[in-house]
Design a protein around this ligand. Structure first.
Ligand SMILES: C[S@@+](CC[C@H](N)C(=O)[O-])C[C@H]1O[C@@H](n2cnc3c(N)ncnc32)[C@H](O)[C@@H]1O
Ligand code: SF4
Ligand code: SF4
Length: 323
C-alpha cells in the first residue's frame, strides 16, 4: 500500500515537473542537449544501418503512412499543421487512388507497419473506419496502427475500428493533463472491456509543449541543434499524401519535398525511383548530407531506424500501462 502511494506520488511529481519544465523554455535546452548527444553517439548506428541496407539491397518500407485527408482540428503549438497554421489546400484522397495503392501493396504482400494518417486528424475523414477495414482485408499480414487526438472519436467508431487495428494510440492533448470527455468515454469502456487494453494506448499529452523542430516548421521552436549525422528515415518510411504525392518523411509536415506521385507512378517505381535513390545516396555518401537539404538541415528528430521507432510495444507492455 505504502509502495503504491509512493509510486502515485512520484509519478504525479514527474508529470507536474514535466508540465513545468516543458512550459518553460528550459525544455528546449534539454532537447538541444539530447540531439547533441544523439548526433554524437547515434552517428555510427545510423551509418551502419545505411551501409547494410545498401549492401543487402533496399527493402520495402518498414512503415507506410497514408494520409487520406490533410486537415486537423487540433491546436497543438508544436505542430506545423494545427488548424490555425495549416497552409495546405484541403485535399481528400480519391477512393479509387486509395484502392489502387492497396491493390499494389497486396500484390507485393506488404507486411510492414501501415497507418492511415500522417500530418492530420484521421477521424475528420468520414470514410476512415471503412478504409481501415479495406486495408486490413487487403493486407492481413501487415501491422495496422493509427494515431488520433481522440476529440471526435465516438464509442461506436472506436468499437468498429478496433476490429481492424493492431494498435490505436490516442494522444489526449490537455495542458492540465486531464482526460477530455470523448477520450474518458473510451477509457471507461476499455476498463470494462479489458480485451481492448492490449491494443489501445491513451497518452496524456500537453497541447502547448516544446517538441521537435519538424524540419524547422514547428513554429514554437526558437532554438534547435543542427544535427550533422546522416539519416536513415528515407530507407524505412513512406508517407503518402491525399493527392498521391509521396513526401520526404513525416517531418515534412507540409509536404514540401515530393519524391513521386502514386497517381501516375506505381508504388515500387516511386520507392525505387530516381528521387528516393538520390536522397539515399546523399545520406550514404556525403558526410554532412543534411546541410544541403532544406528540411533535413533544420530537423532534430531522431532518424527512424528499423529496430527502434518501428517496433511497436508488445501487447503485454501496452496492457501494463493500464494497471
Ligand atoms: C502529426 S500527429 C497525427 C495524429 C493525431 N493528430 C495526433 O496528434 O495523434 C502524429 C504524432 O506526431 C506528433 N508530433 C506533431 N508535431 C510534433 C513535433 N513538433 N515534434 C514531435 N512530435 C510531433 C504528435 O504529437 C503525434 O503523436
Ligand atoms: S499533433 Fe495531431 S492533433 Fe495536434 S495539431 Fe498536429 S495533427 Fe493535430
Ligand atoms: S533528416 Fe529529418 S527531415 Fe530529413 S529525412 Fe531525416 S527525418 Fe526526414
Amino acid at each position: 500500500m505504502v509502495l503504491k502511494l509512493l509510486k502515485v506520488f512520484f509519478s504525479n511529481i514527474h508529470d507536474r515537473l514535466f508540465v513545468f519544465i516543458s512550459k518553460q523554455r528550459v525544455f528546449e535546452y534539454f532537447l538541444i542537449l539530447r540531439t547533441y548527444f544523439l548526433d554524437l553517439f547515434n552517428y555510427k548506428n545510423v551509418f551502419n544501418e545505411i551501409n547494410s541496407q545498401i549492401e543487402m539491397g533496399i527493402q520495402l518500407p518498414k512503415s507506410i503512412e497514408i494520409e487520406t485527408i490533410n486537415r486537423c482540428n487540433g491546436l497543438c503549438s508544436f505542430c506545423p499543421i494545427n488548424k490555425n497554421l495549416d497552409e495546405r489546400d484541403l485535399t481528400i484522397m480519391d477512393e479509387n487512388l486509395f484502392k489502387k495503392i492497396l491493390s499494389q501493396l497486396k500484390e507485393i504482400n506488404y507486411s510492414g507497419n501501415i497507418g492511415l494518417y500522417s500530418n492530420n486528424e484521421p477521424f475528420l475523414d468520414k470514410r476512415i473506419v471503412r478504409f481501415i477495414k479495406m486495408a486490413k482485408e487487403a493486407l492481413p499480414n501487415a501491422y495496422h496502427f493509427l494515431f488520433t487526438n481522440g476529440t471526435i472519436l465516438t464509442l461506436e467508431n472506436f468499437v468498429d475500428v478496433m476490429d481492424y487495428l493492431d494498435l490505436l494510440i490516442i494522444d489526449n492533448y490537455n495542458d492540465d493533463l486531464e482526460m477530455i470527455a470523448p477520450v474518458k468515454k473510451i477509457y471507461d469502456y476499455c476498463l470494462e472491456h479489458n480485451e481492448y487494453q492490449k491494443k489501445v494506448e491513451i497518452d496524456l499529452r500537453l497541447q502547448n509543449q516544446i517538441l521537435f523542430s519538424r524540419g524547422g516548421e514547428a513554429k514554437n521552436r526558437k532554438r534547435f541543434n543542427r544535427m550533422k549525422s546522416s539519416c536513415v528515415t528515407p530507407f524505412n518510411q513512406m508517407v503518402i499524401r491525399p493527392s498521391g504525392e509521396v513526401s520526404l518523411c513525416c517531418n515534412d509536415a507540409l509536404g514540401k519535398m515530393t519524391l513521386g506521385n502514386l497517381n501516375n507512378e506505381s508504388f515500387l517505381d516511386v520507392w525505387y525511383g530516381e528521387k528516393y535513390t538520390k536522397i539515399r545516396e546523399k545520406f550514404h555518401q556525403q558526410k554532412y548530407a543534411r546541410e544541403n537539404l532544406e528540411l533535413c538541415k533544420n530537423c532534430d528528430g531522431a532518424p527512424l531506424t528499423s529496430d527502434n521507432l518501428f517496433s511497436f510495444p508488445e501487447k503485454e507492455d501496452i496492457v501494463k500501462k493500464w494497471k
